[in-house]
Design a protein around this ligand. Structure first.
Ligand code: NAD
Length: 293
């Protein structure tokens, strides 16, 4: 089975490399030539455009920034739609708006092709290790045809019909954003009360408040270590998709609105490329404190 891979950025590059390492034959495309050069050096074939990649492969994977990029690659000039064949499977692993996944799926199905949405959680480190959490939407029988390929990049879980993988990802980003803000707010309380936040962290991490957000983000706040990780601007993009989806459903999400404002404030301060754990910086500014040791 030949795999097309479009989008070789922070995530796509290591994901493509894991497929190559597993012995898969790959044809790749990115608008950034150096990204293609690196994949070619690792053994991939170069494709001249999304249409060329699609013509040369059985399954096409996309890993792009957001909805407009995926729409462009699927239905723009020299896009996937120009050469997609009946029965071919397109797997979009980018984090985009679920409504756009459904729209593009309908287009592809119009040509007899199939589409899955399969966004990921785990970041660059898990992309490199091949241990991403992969949330899949689409037809289950289509998922079963590509499950083995997806599981070379992490652990896939089937959720429901098209767009459901993106909904799972939006739930993930909702929980993560609110949790990090909660960590920063709680640690600010400790600091302002004159109790060492790190001692509080050690006292509570084994209890109900314990978890991956606390484990990863509290030490970052104590060290002022905000190299990404997962960038603030990507989280703003994801919360935008959460809010757009929530608005369409008339769903009230007050906590997401608050966290979005905090992240926009970080971006306004020039921190959009920092890890989202930098919500610690927002609370430091708000309360005129330092969470650093
Ligand atoms: P990135 O910006 O590093 O990579 C995106 C790649 O797509 C770039 O190489 C870019 O040149 C390419 N691209 C953009 N438009 C294109 C087009 N029209 N044709 C071909 N290539 C094009 O982003 P990333 O960090 O790899 O993230 C990709 C997706 O994964 C995003 O939706 C992101 O939200 C999601 N994600 C990222 C992380 C993370 O930690 N970085 C974690 C989980 C999920």
């Amino acid at each position: 089975m030949k795999i097309g891979f479009i989008g070789l950025g922070i995530m796509g590059k290591p994901m493509a490399k894991n497929l190559l390492k597993a012995g898969k034959s790959l044809v790749v495309f990115d608008v950034v030539g150096t990204a293609v050069d690196e994949a070619a050096a690792a053994g991939a074939e170069r494709g001249a455009s999304p249409a060329a990649v699609t013509a040369a492969s059985d399954v096409v994977i996309t890993m792009l920034p957001n909805s407009p990029h995926v729409r462009e690659v699927v239905s723009g000039k020299d896009g996937i739609m120009d050469s997609v064949r009946k029965g071919q499977i397109v797997v979009d692993m980018s984090s985009i708006a679920p409504l756009v996944s459904r729209e593009l799926c309908a287009l592809l199905e119009g040509k007899g092709a199939e589409m899955l949405d399969a966004p990921v959680s785990g970041g660059q480190e898990k992309a490199e290790k091949g241990t991403l959490a992969i949330m899949v939407g689409g037809k289950e029988e289509v998922y079963n045809k590509v499950k083995d390929v997806l599981d070379l990049m992490g652990k896939s879980n089937y959720v429901a019909g098209i767009g459901a993988g993106q909904i799972a990802k939006l739930v993930n980003q909702t929980l993560v954003g609110i949790n990090i803000a909660a960590v920063a707010e709680g640690m600010s309380l400790a600091k302002k009360a004159g109790v060492d936040p790190e001692k509080v962290f050690n006292a509570i991490r084994g209890g109900l408040a314990g978890g991956q957000c606390l484990e990863d983000k509290a030490p970052r706040m104590f060290e002022g270590r905000y190299n990404p990780g997962f960038r603030v601007n990507l989280h703003i993009k994801d919360l935008g998709n959460v809010q757009e989806t929530g608005r369409a459903l008339h769903l009230s999400m007050p906590l997401v609105a608050q966290v979005m404002e905090m992240m926009q404030n970080l971006a306004a301060d020039g921190h959009e490329a920092l890890d989202h754990g930098s919500l610690g910086l927002f609370y430091e500014k708000l309360n005129n404190i330092s969470l650093k040791k």
